[in-house]
Structure formats: structure tokens, C-alpha cells
Design a protein around this ligand. Structure first.
Ligand SMILES: NC(=O)c1ccc[n+]([C@@H]2O[C@H](COP(=O)([O-])OP(=O)(O)OC[C@H]3O[C@@H](n4cnc5c(N)ncnc54)[C@H](O)[C@@H]3O)[C@@H](O)[C@H]2O)c1
Ligand SMILES: O=c1ccn([C@@H]2O[C@H](COP(=O)(O)OP(=O)(O)O[C@H]3O[C@H](CO)[C@@H](O)[C@H](O)[C@H]3O)[C@@H](O)[C@H]2O)c(=O)[nH]1
Length: 467
């Protein structure tokens, strides 16, 4: 079937950019993104393109080009489902916070609601595409709901996991390493559905990069990819601690091992820990799946990736306390960066949150500057932890709109996100206005050690031994 009308349920970090790029590359397809969150849809429809709910380099330009042409944002979910031949489900699948599997399993309630809504509304055959990241075998649950509660129309389920990384979403979507499409390859209808989606992507992606598999391989490949990526970060972070004790430098070690073509140079940056909405959630989900099949050794193996990540965040804040003469009570610490990585306004699972919480427990006073994250978000992240009252969070932590103000008169500066602009600051000016000795804790390894030390800073870089 040649697709002319696509609906995407979920206008978030994945639904928004993914569909904007499909609309750009396929002017003949009408793409409607729907969401129950009215404020979010309003923001996507804003005439001020700085107000779009997702910040991604290059995204505003694409929305400007396509919105109103063949890209539409709406809260009319039923209407968009009814009109579309192909429906992407791109809703959130967070870690469960209640009941069986609490803290590990993926919460599929939003997925199920979408399936039931599609079944209720659909009056013609539809192709339903899983864009959200899902536990392996979710497609069978979606199919069961659709077939048992639908109006007798035929549904084909495809799995089309998204591999974009935030901050580079537009580039990743325009030039993906691969697109993965899983379908029911045992039936003619299943194969035809796969072909329809391949055709959509083939408008801009070479066929050799569009991989088709069975449904379960596709679903599991997404969890596997994230587990492998996060494992690399935890592996290099585990080495960073050994580097610090032995006088090795983790950046030199990364370079040395990355030049081995079997290892490769990417994803070897030691850091204060990985964040983002996916890695932790997806690995916990994988661990839960393995446990549910009784595969305890496999579960323990992958769980270690999370444990090292927790350790890395705690180790960073512990080092700040230890270095500041074992007390930060009443001391001012500036945070440069709150987002979980550069070039995004997303803060989900950002290591900055845990590091701040640890330091606030030690009664530190924190001033935060992030070029893209708004004050409201920072307080919401802290309040969500429920460690202390909202009033206390607001009195102990201040959000600044100017980095020099954030660093004014502080005892220490901590770099929590690798924003490029941090490298270009007037560090002499920052030094002059700080308490002495002036400490810098570089959790991202972005500043130049020699330059910082020559200004006079006591400079600590993650994974850099001083021995
Ligand atoms: N964020 C990423 O970089 C990324 C990358 C690849 C895959 N994923 C996966 O994609 C999925 C979506 O992630 P996200 O970051 O875009 O989430 P998000 O929270 O930014 O967006 C999800 C949206 O779905 C909406 N929604 C939920 N239930 C709905 C319903 N019944 N009807 C209409 N709208 C509904 C929410 O209001 C929200 O706006 C997740 O499964 C995630 O694991 C995320
Ligand atoms: O060498 C590295 C690489 C990454 N990170 C950190 O790891 C986290 C995740 O980074 P990244 O993977 O670049 O961003 P995400 O947007 O979380 O993307 C991941 O998660 C998405 C959601 O599933 C997938 O689609 C992507 O392929 C996968 O890279 C961030 O906190 C980074 O700072 C490091 O500390 N060191």
C-alpha cells in the first residue's frame, strides 16, 4: 500500500523530530502528530519557533518548512487515527513506579491505551507501528488488544525502533546508520506492511540501510543497542576510577584503545555518569525480562552497568565533599550544566540531579547555570526526588541566567554537562571572583587542565590521575 496519510500518537522528543523529518523528506505524505497534552501541542504550533517544546539543532527550521504544508500538530487523536493508513505509537514507556516490576519493568499503560483507542476508532485496515521502545513480544499484546476490541478491520503491527540520540536528532534522522523494521514476515499481509514502511523511508534512505527482521528481533535489538552503548560508558567510567588511583589519564586510555578497530573510538568519553530517558530505563527493562525468564546471570551482568553508573555519580559528589576539606555545609558550589548532555533541554535522569541532591544533603548551597534548561524544570527535577521540601530546594539551590553570576563568590565550580560554550568562558574572570583556593570539578573532561592550573585553579578532571 502506498502511504499518503500518517498519524503519530505522542508529540515528544521522538514523535516530534521523527515525524518532522518524515514530513520534510516525503512532501506527498500528510503527517499529523497528536497528543493528549494540550500545552505541548500548543507549543508545537507556536509562531515563536524558540518556544517549540523540544530543542534540537536544526529542528525549528524543519518545522518552519513543513508545518501547515504536510505536517500538523493536533489534540484530535480520534480524527487523526481515523484518517491515517499508518499509525505510529510514540508515547512514553517509563519504568513502572508501582505494582509488579516496580522500578524495573516498562510501564505499558500508555501503549495499551493507544491500542484500545486505535481499535475503537479504526473503520478501515491500519498498519500500527511501534516507535516507542518496548519489551520484546509487546507486539503480540498490541495485536491481541486490536484484534479483540476492534471493529473487525485488519491490523498489521510493525516494530520500528528509533535510534536517534538527543542533541543530534535531526542529523541522526536524516542520515541514520540504519533503519530497523520488524514485521510478521510469515504472512503476505505482514510482508506488505513492512514494504509500505520501507517505501516511506526509501524516500531518503538507501535501501541497503533499511534492515527488515521479524518482530521480536526488532524489538529486542533496540534494548540490546542501548545496553551495549550504556555498557561502554560504564566500562570507561569504571576505568576512570582506576586511572585516578594510578596516575593514568582516561582520555589517553580511551584514545589508545579506541584506535583498535575492533573497539572503535566512539562512546568512550568518561563522565559523571550517563543520563537521559533511555539507557537506565531500557537496561532495567532488559534485566527484568531476563529475570522473568529465570536468566539470572544475564540479568546480573546487565544490572552491573546501572550500578557502576550510580557509583560514578556518587563518587563525583563524594570527591567534591572530600576535596573541600570534608565539609560543604554552607559553601557555595556552581553547577555548569543541568541537561543530561549538550545540545538538548532534556534533563531526564541527568546525573546533575543526583549530584545536586547528594550535595544538598551535605547542606551545600548550589547555583546552577544551563544554557537551555529553564528554572521550572530544574526545581521539578529536584522536587520529584522528594528528599526535602519544595521550599528547602528553592532556598538551597538558585538558578542563574548568567554563568558568571552563577560562579560569583563560589568555593567550587562543577561541570555537569559538556556544553561547548563552557570551554570559551573567561576563566580568569571566574577565578578572580571565586573563593580561594578555587576548585573546579570537571565531570565531563571538557576543560584544559594545564590552562586551568596556570590560572590558579585546583582542577580535578574525571579520570585524570594526579599521582
Ligand atoms: N527520547 C529519546 O531520545 C528516545 C529515543 C529513542 C526511543 N525513545 C522511546 O520513544 C518513546 C517516546 O519517548 P519520548 O522521549 O518521545 O517521550 P515523551 O515523554 O517526550 O513523549 C511522549 C508523549 O506521548 C504523549 N502521550 C502519552 N499517552 C498518550 C495517549 N494515550 N495519547 C496521546 N498522547 C499520549 C505524552 O503526552 C507525551 O507528550 C519511549 O518509548 C522512549 O523509550 C526515546
Ligand atoms: O562517551 C560517552 C557517550 C555518552 N555519554 C552519556 O551517555 C548519555 C546518553 O548519551 P547519548 O546516547 O548520546 O544520548 P541519548 O539521547 O540518551 O541516546 C541514547 O538513547 C536513545 C534512546 O533510546 C537511543 O535512541 C540512542 O541511540 C542512544 O544513543 C548522556 O548522559 C551522555 O552524556 C557519556 O557519558 N560518554
Amino acid at each position: 500500500m502506498k502511504i499518503k496519510n500518517i498519524c503519530c500518537i505522542g508529540a515528544g522528543y521522538v514523535g516530534g523530530p521523527t515525524m518532522a523529518v518524515i514530513a520534510k523528506q516525503c512532501p506527498g505524505i500528510k503527517v499529523t502528530i497528536v497528543d493528549i497534552n494540550e500545552a505541548r501541542i500548543l507549543a508545537w504550533n507556536s509562531n515563536n519557533f524558540d518556544d517549540l517544546p523540544v530543542f534540537e539543532p536544526g529542528l525549528a527550521e524543519i518545522v518552519k518548512e513543513t508545518r501547515g504544508r504536510n505536517l500538523f500538530f493536533s489534540t484530535e487523536v480520534d480524527k487523526a487515527i481515523d484518517e491515517a493508513e499508518m499509525i505510529f505509537i510514540s508515547v512514553n514507556t517509563p519504568t513502572k513506579t508501582y505494582g509488579k516490576g516496580k522500578g524495573m519493568a516498562a510501564d505499558l499503560k500508555y501503549i495499551e491505551l493507544c491500542a484500545r483507542q486505535i481499535a475503537r476508532v479504526a473503520k478501515q485496515d491500519k498498519i500500527v507501528v511501534e516507535k516507542s521502545t518496548l519489551p520484546v513480544r509487546t507486539a503480540s499484546a498490541i495485536k491481541s488488544i486490536l484484534d479483540n476490541t476492534g471493529n473487525g478491520v485488519q491490523f498489521q503491527i510493525l516494530s520500528n525502533p528509533e535510534f536517534l540520540a538527543e542533541g543530534t536528532a535531526v542529523q541522526d534522522l536524516l542520515n541514520p546508520d540504519r533503519v530497523l523494521i520488524g514485521g510478521d514476515t510469515s504472512t503476505k499481509e505482514g510482508n506488505e506492511a513492512v514494504k509500505s514502511l520501507v517505501e516511506v523511508y526509501s524516500n531518503w534512505i538507501p535501501l541497503a540501510q533499511i534492515l527488515t527482521t521479524n518482530l521480536w528481533s526488532s524489538e529486542l535489538s533496540k534494548l540490546t543497542a542501548n545496553a551495549f552503548l550504556a555498557q561502554r560508558v560504564s566500562s570507561i567510567n569504571a576505568m576512570s576510577e582506576i586511572c585516578e588511583e594510578t596516575g593514568a589519564d582516561v582520555q589517553e586510555v580511551s584514545k589508545a584503545i579506541g584506535m583498535d578497530s575492533r573497539i572503535g573510538p566512539k562512546f568512550l568519553n568518561a563522565s559523571v555518569g550517563f543520563g537521559g530517558s533511555c539507557f537506565q530505563k531500557d537496561i532495567l527493562n532488559l534485566v527484568y525480562i531476563a529475570k522473568s525468564y529465570g536468566l539470572n546471570e544475564a540479568a546480573d551482568y546487565w544490572e552491573q552497568v546501572i550500578l557502576i553508573n550510580e557509583h560514578q555519580k556518587n563518587r563525583f559528589s563524594d570527591n567534591i565533599v572530600k576535596t573541600l576539606y570534608n565539609t560543604v555545609s554552607g559553601k557555595n558550589i556552581a553547577f555548569l550544566g543541568w541537561a543530561f548532555k549538550k545540545d538538548t533541554n532534556d534533563t531526564r535522569e541527568s546525573p546533575a540531579i543526583k549530584v545536586a541532591d547528594n550535595l544538598l544533603n551535605e547542606q551545600a548551597l548550589i547555583s546552577v547555570y544551563d544554557p537551555k534548561v529553564i528554572e521550572e524544570r530544574i526545581y521539578a527535577d529536584l522536587d520529584y526526588l522528594n528528599t526535602r521540601s519544595e521550599e528547602e530546594n528553592r532556598s538551597l539551590l538558585k538558578v542563574m541566567t548568567n554563568p558568571y553570576q552563577a560562579c560569583d563568590n563560589v568555593h567550587a565550580v562543577a561541570v555537569l554537562t559538556e556544553w561547548d560554550e563552557f570551554k570559551d568562558y573567561d576563566w580568569k574572570k571566574i577565578y578572580a571572583n571565586m573563593q580561594k583556593p578555587a576548585f573546579v570539578f570537571d565531570g565531563r573532561g571538557v576543560l584544559n587542565k594545564e590552562a586551568m592550573e596556570s590560572i590558579g585553579f585546583v582542577y580535578y578532571k574525571i579520570g585524570s590521575g594526579s599521582k
